[in-house]
Design a protein around this ligand. Structure first.
Ligand code: HAM
Length: 403
């Protein structure tokens, strides 16, 4: 019988990568808490309509990548392809849009997109995200960008920050009309021709080389912003400059989800192949209203954890890891109670089987222990424990009470 394998594009996060995953989540959570974000869980399964209305019918995500099905109660449901829509649904459902003030949440968990798997692109992947509600100031956009930089720096990742402004309901529609007039005369790929009708700004994002050449002289959104959006974008650049955050303005950065207004950004790395975006986000001031709530300015981002883990180097572990083992039947109970004692303050590894000195030493090294402690017949008789520091090779026999 053939063994059952995991589904294509879905992977186990295990061993060293599991440790890294855990390390990243606790680091990023601490930083998000310091920035005033509180932890939030929303369901992985939501009504399909939520994503259609927020991420947008014209997006690739809704158009072709959703894990959508009819459940046993005939509900049209979907495994979440991203986190923002569920957070906004939660915000409105709990009437937080009517409570006033600012609210900030962070979350992490699995997202599902039926894409063609390749390096850095999975069908089940994990995001760490933050959403901030009620703050219209561009200082919050800058604050969030600063937070992402801090999170990425905390795990030693190099990146490039790309920013753009996608305008608002005043300046985006006339810009789109202007863009469409320009695009109609160009020779573009089939996807672009379709997008001219569904969402023309997505044409700017086309990766096709011949389209890129055709699009060189396309009108730029940053030249077509209204007064308010222009002031905000200039202010954002100013704040980033003043705080030593380096960035590039990329007028072709339009994002793959339809809900953005004003600030949009991506953190990219050239070390992970063609799927270069490690994190993305921006402002979505109209989404709460669009989903039936009271108009609430909002801004957020999500980091792709698997892409990030490809770049993280495990920090040198200075933690003491103690391996304790028994070399004779009579010592097993003493070993067990020493393990319980040491575990209160240290990471402790053990092996319940009675093993030879050599075997225990091999085991301890394989598991990266820094200290090995063994009890055999002699130690048992003398009430001692043999202890060796694996890094310095220093060894001694200690009275058991002093261990
Ligand atoms: P997104 O750009 O679609 O934005 O995804 C954010 C990050 O998730 C990407 O930069 C990438 O690192 C990772 N990612 C996306 N798709 C995949 C995939 N198939 N495999 C592996 N990693 C992937 C959002 O999802 C928005 N909800 C972000 C946001 C929050 N905007 C405002 N608030």
């Amino acid at each position: 019988m053939e063994n059952i394998q995991s589904l294509r594009g879905m992977k186990d996060i295990k061993e060293q990568e599991g440790e890294l995953f855990n390390y990243f989540i606790s680091n990023a959570s601490q930083i998000a808490s310091r920035y005033g974000f509180s932890y939030l869980e929303t369901p992985i399964l939501e009504e399909t309509a939520l994503f259609k209305r927020s991420v947008g019918e014209s997006s690739d995500i809704v158009g072709k990548e959703m894990y959508q099905f009819i459940d046993k109660g005939e509900n049209d449901v979907c495994l979440r392809p991203e986190g923002t829509a569920g957070v906004v649904r939660m915000f409105i459902q709990n009437k937080l849009d009517r409570a006033g003030g600012t609210r900030k949440y962070f979350y992490y968990g699995p997202m599902f997109r039926y894409e063609r798997p390749q390096k850095g692109r999975l069908r089940e992947f994990h995001q760490f995200g933050c959403e901030s509600f009620g703050e219209a100031s561009v200082y919050e956009d800058a604050n969030i960008i600063l937070m992402i930089s801090e999170i990425l720096k905390s795990v030693g990742i190099g990146y490039k920050l790309l920013i753009n402004s996608l305008g608002c309901k005043e300046c985006m529609p006339p810009y789109k009309a202007h863009l469409v007039t320009h695009l109609k005369d160009l020779h573009l790929c089939e996807d672009c021709d379709r997008r001219i009708v569904t969402n023309p700004i997505r044409v700017l994002d086309c990766k096709n080389e011949s389209c890129k050449v055709e699009l060189q002289n396309a009108p730029k959104i940053t030249h077509n912003l209204c007064g308010d959006c222009n002031t905000d974008f200039e202010e954002l650049k100013n704040i980033l400059d003043m705080n030593g955050v380096q960035y590039e303005v990329d007028t072709n950065l339009v994002r793959g989800l339809d809900y953005y207004t004003k600030t949009a950004f991506e953190f990219v790395s050239d070390e992970i192949g063609s799927q270069s975006a490690i994190a993305g986000g921006g402002r979505y001031d109209r989404l709460t209203e669009f989903l039936g709530g009271r108009a609430t300015p909002a801004v957020g981002f999500a980091i792709g954890i698997e892409r990030l883990l490809e770049l993280v180097k495990m920090p040198h572990n200075s933690e003491e890891i103690i391996y304790i083992g028994s070399m004779c039947e009579g010592a097993s109970k003493t070993v067990f109670s020493q393990v319980a004692k040491k575990r209160k303050t240290h990471k402790v590894l053990t092996d319940y089987k009675v093993r030879s000195f050599t075997k225990h030493n091999e085991n301890a090294k394989k598991q990266n222990a820094t200290v090995i402690a063994l009890i055999g017949d002699n130690e048992l008789t003398n009430g001692t424990i043999w202890v060796k520091n694996i890094q310095t090779n220093e060894e001694m026999n200690l009275p058991i009470g002093e261990f």
